[in-house]
Each structure stands twice: as structure tokens, then as C-alpha cells.
Design a protein around this ligand. Structure first.
Ligand code: ZN
Length: 368
């Protein structure tokens, strides 16, 4: 249906639109005590979960404009007995811009049946720490991928890993733990609006629903919880809100139970947006000292492999993502986020400052 306006009608429409526009510009209103877009931009930020594997000409300028630093996190991708890592790329990028980046290494359970496994991993970690690594990531290979020669999946609480945890405790190295995946991985892909639909569509190897021999979500989560409990001296950051972002009550129960645990929020706003915003806001407020900012954003290939237009679009997307962060965490607007209808959390400056940098800076201080 088309609607025709008279000239006068159009003028009136324009006036109404102008009023609406001005009202929108004022939101979030400072009188409500909400942080403004400019204040948010200036707020110091440390992204503890990023994968900027390769430099970009726009990146450091972007980091400076958003007052941002990031942890470059290596991931070990394991596939049919081969392990692919990119630590050297991340280390080189970190060395290029030490004022913008921190460095995080990783390891897998590949070879865990060999007698010198732990010794070998510790030697590798020592080398990576000498290269500047101050954090170690363990990925969902533990629980969902790596199997021993009898086909048993290696869980994160496997006793053969204990010497490695002891080494990390002694060296006050934090572990970023992405163990298990969202519960959706164990369910059929029925709803295109599910925030994880595209990921499992594009990465069927992690869609546990298709692999009945893979341990259940509950089994992996309870191995993870046992590991956190058995290592009270090890600082653990539960990546992606502990793989239970769809249920902040379950996360709260872990934070209450394990003082050595904190959580990182990267790539799970869709799950948060499915829950009541007041409830999510109160989760952020209650655990404001234990929540860390992370994004999972990164650069997958060298800039020379992209066209100028692709680089421009990538930079634009990144800018857009940070604007979305502001919209969800800082404003109280109604919005559609990752296909979910929700409302911004309107977090205070005190809470935002802790989540975006102060909590991780405290971690760093405690490690020195
Ligand atoms: Zn990641």
C-alpha cells in the first residue's frame, strides 16, 4: 500500500520527524545518570578475548579512538590428529604494537598418553611466556574434540593435566577457558532466529547434536566445574559467560561457589538478550567485580589478501559492533539484538569501568 501526503502533510511529517530525531539524539539522557556515547568511547577498555591475528592499517587508529587494548588469543584448531596454531602471528602482531596488545598462548591434550606430555607442554608454555604471553587459553578441544587411542574424549579435569595447572599457578598465569559450547550445540537446529543458528550451520563439526558419541553438555560442564573446584589457586576466566550465557542464574551459582572464577562476555549478547533485561542488569551489578569485557573479534587473513573495499567494510563492521555494545550495555533503548527483542541494560559508569578495564587491571596487578 502506498500513502500520498499533501504538501502541508509532508511539512507536518517533517516537523514530527525532526522532533522524534531530536528526542532520539538526547537518548540516553544524562539527567537519568546514563553514560553518554562520548563518555563511553573515552572509557578505558581491555578486550580480554580477541583474535587480531594480522595487522590492519585502520586498526591502531580504531583502538586509540575507542581507548582500547586487546588480548591477542591464540587458538589451537585440532582436526583428525593435526593441530594448527597461529602463536607466531599473534606474537609478531603484539610486538609490533605492545602499547595496544597483550598476548595469550594455548595448548591441547594432543599426545596426552605419552609419558612426557606435561613436561613437553610446560616447556612450550615457558617459551611462549618468554615471548610475552601472560595468559593461556584452553578451548573446547577439551571435552568435544580430542580423544585418546581408545576413543575417550579428554576432559579438562583429566589428572594428567595437573602438573600444567601447578606450573600456571606458580607463575600466576590466568587461564581463559572456553570449555563446552552453548547448550544449543546439543539440540537440533530448528529456529533460524536462535543466536547460534548460523555458527552451527557453518561449523557442523561442533554441532554436538550430530555426534551421539560426543559427551553431553552436562558431562563437559561438570568436568569443567570439577576442574575449577580442584584448582582454587588458579585464576580462571570462563570465556563466553562460561558457555551458559542463556541462563545467568546458572552462571551466578558458579561465581558464588568458585572464588577463583570470573567470566568474559564475548559473542553472547544474543543469549543475554533472550532473558529479561532487568534480571541481566542485576546479574551485571551483583557480579560487577567478576565480569570482564571480551569480544572474540579478529582478523582472519592478511590485509594483502583483501580488496580495499573489503578492508573498508571490515573497519565499518568493527565500528558498528562497538556502537552496538554501547547501545546494549549503556542505553535503556528498546532494540533488536541478534534477532532478539530486548532493552538496553543502562549500566552505570562505575559498573562499566570495572567490566571494561578495572577488573582485568586488578588481575594484572595481582599477577606481578
Ligand atoms: Zn575466541
Amino acid at each position: 500500500m502506498e500513502i500520498y501526503f499533501t504538501n502541508k502533510g509532508i511539512k507536518r511529517m517533517n516537523l514530527i520527524l525532526l522532533i522524534l530525531f531530536l528526542a532520539a539524539c538526547k537518548s540516553p539522557s544524562p539527567s537519568k545518570g546514563l553514560v553518554t556515547a562520548e563518555e563511553f568511547k573515552q572509557l578505558p577498555k581491555i578486550d580480554v578475548h580477541a583474535h587480531y591475528k594480522y595487522p590492519r592499517t585502520y586498526l591502531i587508529d580504531f583502538f586509540n579512538r575507542w581507548n582500547l587494548k586487546a588480548m591477542l588469543v591464540d587458538v589451537a584448531i585440532e582436526n583428525e590428529g593435526t593441530v594448527v596454531r597461529n602463536f607466531d602471528n599473534y606474537a609478531a602482531h603484539q610486538k609490533l604494537h605492545p602499547e595496544s596488545f597483550y598476548l595469550c598462548t594455548t595448548f591441547t591434550a594432543d599426545g596426552i598418553e605419552e609419558a612426557d606430555y606435561a613436561e613437553r607442554i610446560i616447556a612450550q608454555l615457558k617459551k611462549d611466556i618468554d615471548q610475552g604471553a601472560i595468559m593461556v587459553k584452553v578451548w573446547k578441544n577439551f571435552g568435544m574434540v580430542t580423544q585418546d587411542s581408545e576413543g575417550n574424549y579428554i576432559q579438562i579435569n583429566d589428572a594428567r593435566l595437573n602438573p600444567i595447572w601447578d606450573f600456571l599457578k606458580e607463575n600466576k598465569i590466568t587461564v581463559l577457558a572456553h570449555i563446552a559450547d552453548p547448550e544449543q550445540a546439543w539440540r537440533p537446529l530448528l529456529d533460524e532466529n536462535n543466536p547460534h543458528y548460523n555458527y552451527y550451520k557453518n561449523n557442523p563439526q561442533y554441532h554436538a547434536y550430530n555426534f551421539p558419541s560426543m559427551p553431553s553438555y552436562e558431562e563437559i560442564i561438570s568436568a569443567r566445574d570439577a576442574w575449577i573446584e580442584n584448582n582454587p589457586g588458579l585464576k580462571i576466566i570462563g570465556a563466553h559467560i562460561c558457555s551458559m550465557a542463556n541462563n545467568v542464574d546458572a552462571v551466578a551459582a558458579r561465581l558464588d561457589k568458585y572464588p577463583n572464577l570470573s567470566v568474559e562476555v564475548g559473542a553472547r549478547f544474543g543469549d543475554l538478550a533472550m532473558q529479561d533485561s532487568e534480571k541481566v542488569k542485576s546479574f551485571f551489578e551483583t557480579y560487577q567485580d567478576r565480569i570482564l569485557f571480551g569480544t572474540d573479534y579478529g582478523t582472519g587473513e592478511e590485509e594483502s589478501q583483501l580488496s580495499a573495499e573489503e578492508v573498508r567494510q571490515e573497519a565499518e563492521r568493527l565500528e558498528e559492533q562497538y556502537k552496538n555494545l554501547f547501545h546494549y550495555l549503556v542505553s535503556e533503548d528498546s532494540m533488536v539484538l541478534r534477532k532478539q527483542n530486548t532493552k538496553g541494560l543502562g549500566l552505570s559508569k562505575v559498573v562499566l569501568s570495572k567490566i571494561f578495564s578495572e577488573n582485568y587491571l586488578r588481575y594484572l596487578k595481582e599477577s606481578n
